[in-house]
Structure formats: C-alpha cells, structure tokens
Design a protein around this ligand. Structure first.
Ligand SMILES: [Zn+2]
Length: 344
C-alpha cells in the first residue's frame, strides 16, 4: 500500500459483513476510489461523502447515502482529501471568534450593569428598604448610635432649660407639617469631641451641640442647620446611607432571613458613624433646608452665615453632621445658600 492509500473496512449496508478495502484519492479528481481485495474498484464522489469528526482514537467513518460506510483509522490523508472537515474546523474557529466577540460584549454589558446597579440600583434599593424599616428598628439603630456617641463623651447639655425650650419651640414651628415631622425631636448635648456640630439619627432625634448653639450668631442660623438635619430625616438619608454602605451585610441578612435582626443593628450604627452622608445626600438636605427656610420666611443666607462660621471655627476639617468624618464641600454649599438668598 503506497503512502497515498488508507486501509479500511467497507460495510455496504446490505450485509453485516465487512469488506477489506483500500482507499485512495485520485489527484485532480474529486473522487475517492475504493478497491477491494479482488481488485474491484468503485468511485465515490467526495461531495457525496459525509465524514464524521475526529474523536480521540476512534476510527473515522465515511458515509455515502445508499452505499454504506467505510471505516478507517484516522490519518492526515483524510484532512487532505476532504476539504470539508477543514472548512468545518475553520467554521468552528470563526464561530469561536464571533463567540469571543460576544463574550467580550457580554463582559462589557455585565460591567455596565454592575456599575448601574451600584450607582442607581443600590441607592434605589436602599430607599425601598429604608421606607419599609419599621420605627421600632429605626429607634433600635438610633439607640446604638447614641450609645456609640456616649462612648465618645456625649454629655448633658449646659444650655439653660429656658433656652432649650425656646429653641425646641422654634424648631417645632419650623418643621410642623413637614414629612415625618412628628418623629423629629430636638436634643441638646455637650460633646467636646464633636465640636460645633449637629446631626440627625434615623429615628428623628436631631442633636445640637452646645458649641454650635454658642457659635451661631442668631437663631435663624441654628434653624438653618436644623432644617438641614430635618432634610436628612425627611429623605431618610441615615438609613439609606447605612444600607448602601452595608449592602453586603443586608444582602446576607435577606439571604438568611435575618434582615430585621442583629445584622442591621450591628452594622448600621458603625456605618453611620464611619461613613457619614454622601455628597448627593448633603446637597439634597441643603436644598430641602433652603426651601424650607424660604417657606418659613427665614432668609436662606442664614445657612451661608452659619456655614462660614463653622468653616472659620473648625477649619476645613469639620462641618455639621459629619458625625466624625464627612467633610462637605463648604464653599460650594455657601454659594448655593447665597444664591437661594438672592431668590430665583
Ligand atoms: Zn448633612
């Protein structure tokens, strides 16, 4: 058998008996010649032959409709004789190429979805969750924050009780009828470590430090700060921020059916204290405050004045309601307040 020939077995489909044959390809002709031991040759047009794919060491099978099939050991000759298997491989490679493009596209889409989920979906989910969290849990979380704050030397206020009553009255008049205003309660505290500061807790407690009360030039300035804190409460920024920041913990809580239990109670206060509000939340609270002040006939420039005082008082480092760590872009906020004061 010359090197251009292959040994095979032909099952003609009419009997179960195999015929030993030799396969050869006639160069220049698109036919496969099949020669049996007796020397009888038949010719199969290559175009009519189906050849199966290579699979390990299994014999290759060549089929021609109505003529049975020929089995032979795999050989590089087959790849030469049958262009189709090559083109099939080529087609497969092409398909893979397209698939690679599809995979790359899928990765891009997945990343875009993840970014979108973080930028839009997570805040949205946080809002949905925050709106469904019962007051009892808001109180629980707030208590945790207060106990953390107490550990940070939150002490009883030294403001005279009459002054406290007066400010409570003005605050109550400021927020009366606003969304969620019934929950809002003004609290006074002395907190050397927090300096001149104010902050809102998720359950509506709004704290004002003695240092801030003393720093303010007049009550309007204090009301401006309190209006900003009320804005955080109205928009549920505390829980939303905490949920966004501790989304993994919350997701785990949901997954294990424990969203109302310890996971939130442990995670949220810490997150509230550590991460503060996002810039978006600060802008929202500012906008709410300026609008509320205007509706109450208070000059919104009071907000700019108190921000300037805070800036001068504590340098660039501290502002209101960065419990510990937010450093809001104060000049930008002052400009916004002054623009609001000039009116629309
Ligand atoms: Zn704020």
């Amino acid at each position: 058998m010359n090197p251009q020939q292959l040994a095979g077995r032909w099952y003609d489909g009419r009997s179960s008996q195999a015929h030993e044959v030799v396969l050869e390809h006639v160069p220049g002709e698109r036919v496969l010649r099949i020669v049996d031991v007796a020397g009888t040759a038949v010719e199969w047009p290559l175009a009519e032959i189906e050849i199966d794919n290579r699979l390990g060491d299994l014999p290759r099978v060549l089929r021609r409709r109505g003529h049975g099939q020929v089995e032979c050991a795999d050989s590089p000759l087959l790849a030469q004789w049958f262009v189709r298997p090559r083109s099939r491989v080529q087609a497969w490679a092409d398909w893979l190429e397209r698939r690679r493009a599809a995979i790359a596209a899928a990765v891009v889409v997945a990343v875009a979805c993840a970014v979108l989920a973080l930028k839009v979906g997570l805040p949205w989910l946080a809002l949905q969750l925050a709106e469904r969290i019962p007051p009892a849990m808001e109180a629980q979380v707030s208590n945790q924050v207060v106990s953390l704050l107490e550990r940070m030397q939150l002490q009883p206020s030294r403001l005279p009780p009459a002054r406290q009553r007066q400010l409570r009255g003005r605050f109550a008049a400021l927020v009366a009828g606003e969304p969620r205003y019934r929950q809002m309660r003004l609290r006074f505290a002395r907190a050397p470590s927090l300096g001149a500061n104010a902050f809102a807790l998720p359950d509506g407690r709004i704290y004002l430090t003695d240092a801030l009360a003393q720093l303010a030039g007049d009550d309007d300035e204090l009301l401006a700060v309190l209006a900003h804190e009320a804005g955080h409460h109205v928009h549920r920024h505390g829980l939303r921020q905490a949920i966004e920041s501790s989304a993994v913990v919350v997701a785990a809580g949901v997954a294990f059916g424990d969203v109302s239990g310890s996971s939130l109670a442990v995670a949220v206060p810490t997150v509230l204290l550590k991460s503060g509000y996002s810039r978006g939340h600060e802008r929202e609270a500012d906008a709410y405050a300026l609008e509320l002040l205007r509706r109450r006939g208070i000059d919104p420039s009071a907000f700019a004045r108190i921000m300037r005082r805070l800036q001068a008082h504590s340098g660039a480092g501290q502002g209101i309601d960065g419990y510990l760590s937010t450093h809001p872009p104060t000049p930008e906020r002052i400009r916004a307040a002054e623009a609001a004061a000039r009116g629309p």
